[in-house]
Design a protein around this ligand. Structure first.
Ligand code: GUN
Length: 302
C-alpha cells in the first residue's frame, strides 16, 4: 500500500495561522510587533528569492520585516557594524543574515556577532554548541531541521507504531544548515543516528535498515525507491531544478529520493516541492515570534 504523503504546505499553513494569532495577541497585550531584519549581501538570485519569500510571509502573519541589501563588496567591518546596530535596535527581535555570503567575508565571525537572543536562524556557535550537548537547550533551532522534526512528529500521529524515539535514522548530508543540526536534533529525540556523506561506502545498506530517512544532499533521485525499508518515514529536504523538455515550464523540481517508487514502500513521505520547503519559512516565523517573547520577558522592547 502506498505511504501517506506529508503535506508540508498545509501543515505550514496551520503553523502560520497560529503565529498570526499569537502576533495579534502580542500586539494587543504588549503593544509589541515582532520584527525581523533580513540582511542580504550581493546579488545571488536564489538568495534574493528566498529573502523575498521570507519577507512576504512575515507580512502575511503581521511580523514587521526590515530589509538590508548590501553590495557584494561590503567589508567585514561594515557587515559586523550593521549586525551590532540591529542587535541594539529594540524594534528588531530577530536577525537573519542570508547564506552563503560572498567568499571574502568570514561567515563564522558574522554569525558570532549576532546576539543569541536574536539568532532566529539558530546558527550562532553557542546555539549550535548547545544543540550538540546533552541536557542543554539552544535558544533557537535552525528552521529547516526544525521543520523536518515537526513533520516527523506529525508522522508519529499518522503512522501506526511509528516513533522517533528508539528508531534507526539516517541523515544523508552533513551541511551546517541542514545535515549536522538535523543529526543532533534526532539524537536529542533519542533516535540512533547515522550520518551519510560523500565518503560513505555502502549507502543502500544503511538506507535499507533505517526507519527514518532524511535526504539533504541535493542529488536528484540518488536514493532509489527499492532501498527504503517497508514502513519507513522519508523526509526529503533537497529541491533541485532539473531540465525536462516535456514539462510545461521546461524543468521540474526533484528531491534526493526516487519519489514514486519510494512512496510504494514507505509509511510516509514528503513531496518535492510542497514538503519541507514551506515548513522552513513557517519555522522561521515561529522563531521570530519566540524572539519577540524573549524581548518582552527581558523588558527590552521598543
Ligand atoms: N541559506 C540557505 N538556507 C538558509 C537559512 O535557513 N538561513 C539563512 N540565513 N541562509 C540560508
Amino acid at each position: 500500500m502506498a505511504g501517506i504523503v506529508l503535506d508540508g504546505k498545509a501543515i505550514a499553513g496551520r503553523i502560520q495561522q497560529e503565529v498570526a494569532e499569537a502576533v495579534a495577541e502580542m500586539k494587543e497585550k504588549h503593544g509589541v510587533t515582532p520584527g525581523l531584519a533580513a540582511v542580504l549581501v550581493g546579488e545571488n538570485p536564489a538568495s534574493q528569492m528566498y529573502v523575498k519569500m521570507k519577507r512576504n510571509r512575515c507580512a502575511k502573519v503581521g511580523i514587521e520585516s526590515f530589509g538590508y541589501e548590501l553590495p557584494a563588496d561590503t567589508s567585514q567591518e561594515e557587515l559586523e557594524q550593521l549586525v551590532q546596530q540591529l542587535n541594539a535596535d529594540p524594534k528588531v527581535h530577530g536577525i537573519l543574515v542570508q547564506l552563503p555570503l560572498p567568499d571574502h567575508l568570514d561567515e563564522e565571525r558574522v554569525l558570532q556577532a549576532i546576539s543569541i537572543d536574536k539568532d532566529v536562524d539558530g546558527f550562532h556557535p553557542i546555539n549550535i554548541g548547545r544543540l550538540a550537548m546533552k541536557g542543554r537547550e539552544p535558544q533557537f533551532i535552525p528552521a529547516t531541521p526544525y521543520g523536518c522534526m515537526y513533520l516527523l512528529h506529525e508522522a508519529e500521529k499518522l503512522v501506526d507504531g511509528f516513533k522517533i524515539e528508539g528508531s534507526d535514522a539516517v541523515v544523508l548530508g552533513r551541511s551546517n544548515i541542514v545535515g549536522m543540526p538535523m543529526a543532533l536534533l534526532l539524537i536529542h529525540a533519542n533516535a540512533t543516528v547515522t550520518v551519510v556523506h560523500s565518503r560513505t561506502e555502502d549507502i543502500p545498506s544503511i538506507v535499507k535498515r533505517s526507519d527514518i530517512v532524511i535526504g539533504a544532499m541535493g542529488r536528484p533521485e540518488m536514493i532509489k525507491g527499492e532501498w527504503f525499508k517497508e514502513g519507513a518515514v522519508a523526509i526529503d529536504v533537497a529541491t533541485v531544478k532539473v531540465e525536462d523538455p516535456s514539462a510545461p515550464k521546461g524543468y521540474v523540481w526533484k528531491g534526493d529520493f526516487e519519489f514514486e517508487a519510494a512512496k510504494e514502500r514507505v509509511a510516509a513521505i514528503t513531496p518535492v516541492p510542497g514538503g519541507v520547503g514551506p515548513m522552513t519559512i513557517a519555522m522561521l516565523l515561529k522563531n521570530t515570534l519566540r524572539a519577540a517573547e524573549i524581548a518582552i520577558e527581558k523588558g527590552v522592547t521598543a
